[in-house]
Design a protein around this ligand. Structure first.
Ligand code: ZN
Ligand code: ZN
Ligand code: ZN
Length: 620
């Protein structure tokens, strides 16, 4: 079961809703822009006064993935942030849920990262962090002991840079993060330096099931440029001393495990494993004969265990054949129409039912009374569109490509409208500006959930900005749908609503420049009422099984490729976050509460089971 936007509200109601919403949002946007500008000025003047460096050994204990020399400039930036005393955190509202803050922080970082990739800069991850700092968007610029709100045990980060962007482990290179003596006044009872978190590397992967006691080797004394061998004694200074002080002061340390993970786009994943206490520390002679410091850490009681899912995906234990799939009720709901099989599983019902009552299609079926406008002119590029100055399609997207050519194409950020290349463009099917038109790239599963009916998840990592699917069904006039009863699979093509960010729940950053020919369809006199919808009631693709969430990991993006009529835009779902395997895929159905009316004219209500911390409790 899934309700998209039902067609049970009157045009008047809908228009009222839109116009007041539009006005309110425009005012909010103006306020926000002003505020951000002010913040930026404050931040920059603040920054200039604290460029000092307490990192003399910041290259110690580095992980292999970071084995790229870093300029002094970049190191200074990292250090500055670690010492940062940002007075205000205006990027976040005070009353905002911490989990949402973390999500917004990571989404913002991801966008900055992708922009740097697009600009072809070296170390786009570090440049991305710099942008997060400039925007005052580091969530925890001051280090803290213990758990950080919004980051639960089991939280997965997809790069060291993500942890720096949040302020969870504020050094992007060192295994040990610690508070320096400048924190002494804040915590007068403790000895400084004092460790806050450690990152353990992949060699501990086999301990995951039995990870309550771990041994950690201190940092320093490694040959950094060559074979990474120990070439001198480690010293009881800095990070090593910080961990010793945690032992003396009985201060808990956050433990993060880094794993190699082939299915992750970054090839690495970092899992927060919880708080540990240092129960023992000692010095010993390492294999090369030099002194190394060792610390035994014990996991504190009363913390959630890492779930099987996390263990499974880290080890890549994803079914490889249909015989491994538990509860299989259908081998491929697409019946061979998609480039990858989409199995359906049911471990809820007894006897298990399989999805039925619909026919699978993978491109829109168009009703005879819907006129698709003539294809627009397109660009004259060859092969793949690469030069935004020469590509007519890039010019429609504020002068640059909305996608970056990474992991088969990723959308940098949600936009009002994305203009893709179309049938009249000179480029080929592999053009990056056709990202949403390419075939299915993830291994998906339709599964039965206890409360929400059918649901969809992926066995692969989905990098933020990846297209997941287009919403496919019958393209019809919305007026023709009213006569149908109880159809929960209607998706109104309401670009106005997505442009306004679903009542402000999902912000769009770009101002759209909709070309005049984008309003091509004959107006029915009311711009705000969606004239067309996609009806997946009886035929459609797997998108019809994706559930609503008040805190979703996908977003709706209107895409124009063959023509420029936004009333007939393609509706494409993109990943808002880096989505780990087996996490249910969801998007915001976009209802406004009390906006749905039954045939009797009464307000209809439907309970929401999304389970988000900030669930609105009702779908409509
Ligand atoms: Zn192109
Ligand atoms: Zn082009
Ligand atoms: Zn083009």
């Amino acid at each position: 079961m899934a309700g998209k936007r039902e067609r049970a509200k009157s045009p008047e109601q809908k228009e009222r809703r839109l116009s007041s919403r539009v006005q309110e949002l425009r005012q909010k946007e103006r306020d926000e822009k002003e505020r951000l500008a002010r913040e930026r000025v404050n931040f920059l003047s603040d920054q200039s006064s604290k460029l000092c460096d307490d990192e003399t050994e910041s290259h110690a204990n580095k992980e292999e993935e970071d084995a790229v020399p870093v300029s002094t400039n970049e190191r200074t930036l990292t250090t500055t942030m670690r010492k940062g005393k940002n007075k205000s955190l205006a990027f976040y509202a005070n009353d905002e849920d911490p989990h949402l803050k973390v999500r917004r922080n990571l989404r913002f970082f991801n966008t900055q990262y992708l922009l740097m990739v697009q600009a072809k800069l070296s170390r786009p991850d570090l440049k991305g962090i710099t942008e997060v700092m400039k925007a005052n968007a580091v969530l925890y610029p001051r280090k803290r002991i213990g758990d950080l709100p919004g980051i639960d045990v089991g939280h997965q980060f997809f790069s060291r840079a993500e942890m720096v962007a949040v302020g969870f482990h504020s050094h992007w290179l060192n295994g040990i993060d610690f508070m320096g003596t400048d924190y002494q006044t804040e915590y007068s009872d403790y000895h400084f330096p004092l460790a806050t978190s450690i990152v353990m590397s992949g060699q501990y992967e086999d301990d995951l099931d039995n990870a309550d006691v771990v041994t950690y080797t201190g940092q320093g004394g490694h040959n950094l440029t060559g074979d990474k061998r120990q070439y001198k004694d480690q010293e009881l200074l800095r990070g090593n001393l910080a961990l010793k002080n945690c032992f003396a002061d009985k201060v808990p340390v956050r433990v993060i495990r880094g794993h190699d993970c082939k299915s992750s786009y970054s090839k690495r994943v970092y899992t927060y494993d919880g708080l540990y206490k240092v129960v023992k520390f000692w010095a010993e002679k390492g294999v090369s004969g030099f002194t190394v410091y060792k610390y035994q850490l014990k996991r504190m009681e009363g913390q959630p265990e890492l779930t099987t899912n996390q263990v499974n995906f880290v080890r890549g234990r994803i079914p490889t054949s249909t015989s491994e799939i538990q509860g299989l009720v259908c081998e491929d709901i697409s019946k061979g129409l998609e480039s990858k099989r989409i199995p359906a599983t049911n471990r809820v019902d007894d006897p298990p039912i399989s999805p039925s009552g619909f026919t699978y299609i993978n491109s829109l079926k168009i009703e005879p009374n819907v006129k698709i406008p003539k294809s627009s002119a397109g660009c004259s590029c060859r092969g793949s569109c690469t030069d935004p100055k020469k590509c007519a399609c890039a010019r429609l997207n504020d002068g640059n490509f909305p996608y970056v050519d990474l992991n088969d194409g990723r959308l940098i950020e949600p936009r009002d409208v994305v203009f893709e290349c179309g049938p009249n463009c000179g480029c080929g099917p592999e053009c990056v500006n056709r990202t949403s038109q390419k075939r299915l790239r993830f291994h998906l599963e339709v599964f039965r959930s206890p409360k929400k009916g059918w649901a969809v998840r992926s066995w692969d990592f989905i990098p933020a900005g990846s297209p997941v699917c287009e919403y496919i069904g019958v393209l019809r006039r919305t007026d023709d749908v009213d006569t149908l009863t109880d159809n929960d699979y209607i998706f109104e093509i309401d670009c106005q609503q997505t442009m306004q960010g679903l009542d402000g729940r999902q912000r769009r950053l770009k101002d759209v420049v909709v070309p005049t020919d984008s309003k091509a369809s004959e107006s029915n006199g009311d711009e705000n009422v969606p004239e067309f919808c996609i009806d997946a009631g009886s035929i459609g693709n797997f998108a019809r099984f994706i559930n609503h969430s008040c805190d979703p990991n996908l977003f709706v993006q209107c895409v124009l490729s063959s023509h420029h009529d936004i009333k007939l835009a393609r509706v494409v779902l993109f990943a808002a976050d880096n989505i780990p395997p087996l996490q249910e895929l969801t998007y915001d159905y976009g209802y406004t509460l009390d906006s749905v009316h039954g045939p009797d004219g009464k307000v209809k209500k439907l309970t929401c089971f999304c389970g988000a911390v900030k669930c609105r409790k009702r779908l409509y």
